[in-house]
Design a binder for this molecule. Structure first.
Ligand SMILES: Cc1cc2nc3c(=O)[nH]c(=O)nc-3n(C[C@H](O)[C@H](O)[C@H](O)COP(=O)(O)O)c2cc1C
Length: 362
């Protein structure tokens, strides 16, 4: 019997299988509001059989977007647009999830296909912020601007915006909330010693650098209903000398678990230009680290990184490496990845498809 296609229950939410679409920025919104592109991008993977459909990095404030085209949950119009997409996803039997976050010093950038360079403040960009004023790529050709070092008052204000976004996520019908704590964006940049050189209570040792993430998650958990799953995406390794390693992240996962986090989404990289990128074939070894973190922190995990084959995903679940397998680029290539995997693994595909298709296929 397939483990990949067995249901997963976390709190009061049941996922029809262990396949999730990983959050992927689409850089296609106006004023942070989802549109038909997002409806089809997310909705088609729900039709295609995935159990979890995770919306892309969603900013808690306009300046928390990575690019001007990123989506947000800092106003009600954005929540109303998301609610309509989520109704469709839920109607197809998938669980809609969302990743809330702040881009920190990597914000105010152009879309990748427009070169990804920083957009100047007077050309549609915005001032960025971080734990320190360290520039993301001081020697690069892309001219990243220096972030403003956040004061404690800035930190407290931003944590309030995470809470407000979590409330809007609930109103929008999301059933899984993920806090983005990876890829060099704001929360990760506070956690990693590669960026955080503060000497106040939000810096210093591991616990000090973890404070920003832990307080934020605690505040979010207080408003995100107890019966709905809360996830955090971590870069489980910075993959660079002097950066965070898996042991640091196991400790972080234990602290998160104490604060009511249900599942850790194990990604990696992104802290600075020398650290490994968060997308690419070298992300495959994150999967193994998801297994280590699952055992040593005693918390459910999502594995992500170069998962492409049905048998590979089956093995990740069956071996106890992770509770859910997330796919990014493979699902971009094939919206029906889950359906094809079910057929390959000889699973009754009807249970994982909308009736309009399931009735005829299998
Ligand atoms: C176009 C694109 C956009 C992405 N946007 C996000 C994002 O919004 N949030 C995030 O945590 N990861 C993002 N990622 C990373 C993916 O979620 C995933 O972790 C990564 O692509 C590795 O998985 P894969 O090998 O299955 O693609 C993005 C990846 C791609 C390809």
């Amino acid at each position: 019997m397939s483990q990949l296609f067995s249901p997963l229950k976390i709190k009061d939410v049941t996922f029809r299988n262990r396949i999730g679409m990983s959050p992927m920025c689409q850089y296609s919104a106006t004023d942070g509001v989802m549109n038909d592109w997002h409806r089809v991008h997310l909705g088609s993977r729900a039709v295609g059989g995935a159990g979890l459909i995770m919306a892309e990095a969603t900013a808690v404030r306009a300046d928390g977007r990575i690019t001007p085209g990123c989506i947000g949950l800092w106003n009600d119009e954005q929540a109303v647009a998301a609610a309509s997409v989520n109704r469709f996803i839920s109607d197809q039997g998938a669980v809609p999830g969302v990743q809330i976050g702040h881009s920190g010093r990597k914000g105010s950038a152009a879309a990748p296909w427009d070169g990804g360079a920083h957009i100047k403040n007077d050309e549609g960009g915005w001032p960025t912020s971080g734990p320190s004023d360290a520039v993301f790529d001081p020697d690069g050709t892309r001219l990243w601007k220096a972030p403003n070092q956040m004061s404690v008052a800035d930190i407290v204000e931003l944590q309030g915006l995470f809470v407000a976004a979590a409330k809007r996520a609930l109103a929008a019908g999301y059933k899984l909330l993920e806090v983005h704590g990876a890829h060099g964006y704001l929360l990760h940049s506070f956690f990693t010693p590669l960026v955080n050189t503060r000497d106040d209570e939000y810096g210093g040792d591991l616990r000090g650098r973890a404070r920003m993430m832990l307080e934020t998650v605690e505040a979010v958990r207080a408003v995100w209903p107890e019966n709905l799953p809360l996830a955090v995406r971590l870069s489980v390794a910075d993959w660079i000398e002097g950066g965070l390693n898996i042991e640091d992240n196991i400790q972080m996962a234990k602290w998160l678990k104490e604060r009511g986090v249900d599942i850790v989404d194990c990604s990696g990289g992104g802290a600075n230009p020398e650290a490994r990128a968060s997308i690419g074939s070298r992300t495959a070894d994150q999967v193994e680290l998801a297994g280590q973190l699952r055992v040593e922190a005693g918390i459910a995990t999502m594995a992500v990184g170069a998962i492409t084959e049905a048998k590979q995903a089956e093995e990740i679940i069956a071996s106890g490496t992770a509770d859910m397998a997330l796919l990014g680029r493979a699902m971009m290539r094939d919206p029906y990845w889950a359906m094809h995997a079910a057929l390959e693994l000889d699973v009754d595909v009807k249970a994982h498809l909308p009736v309009q298709y399931g009735f005829y296929i299998g």
